[in-house]
Design a protein around this ligand. Structure first.
Ligand code: HEC
Length: 128
């Protein structure tokens, strides 16, 4: 039987590709895999409340001590990677601390999906 090792090798390669793409989806450089996903947005909303983001950004992210996250005014160009980094690592010299010890990468992406769902700015400025 010669085809079995070949089959195993093919399965192995397919598995490796799946694992690699799952890891890539979690990397901060990538686009958010959860944008527009209703389940992820609901989970992101729950995490937003649980983690206490609302304390500075407001219940619906409309802004308070921290900036409004629903308009089209951003501190930096709001790519997914930039927003991910702000949440994971914080912004030095501001009240925005990093949350990577409370939230996994996947949870951060879900919170971002929630934030994107609240967007009320100019639709023409959407770059995510
Ligand atoms: C103690 C107050 C505080 C808390 C709590 C807080 N933030 Fe912030 N956040 C800030 C401040 C202040 C800034 C502005 C930082 C700057 O000037 O770059 C900011 C910036 C941001 C930005 C970038 C906005 C932009 O225009 O670039 C995002 C996204 C964000 N916060 C999301 C979150 C999320 C998600 C949470 C909860 C996990 C959270 N914040 C919790 C105060 C807070």
């Amino acid at each position: 039987m010669r085809f079995k090792p070949v089959l195993n090798a093919m399965l192995g390669a397919a598995l490796a590709a799946t694992v690699a793409s799952a890891a890539a989806a979690r990397a901060a450089d990538d686009a958010n895999p959860f944008t527009g996903d209703p389940d992820a947005i609901a989970e992101g909303k729950r995490l937003w409340a649980q983690t206490g983001c609302y304390a500075c950004h407001g219940k619906e992210a409309g802004g308070a001590v921290g900036p409004d996250l629903t308009d089209d005014q951003w501190v930096y160009r709001p790519t997914d990677a930039t927003i991910f980094k702000a949440i994971a690592k914080g912004r030095k010299g501001t009240n925005m601390v990093g949350w990577s010890s409370s939230l996994t990468d996947e949870q951060i992406w879900k919170v971002i999906a929630y934030i994107r769902s609240l967007y009320k700015g100019d639709p023409g400025k959407i770059i995510w």
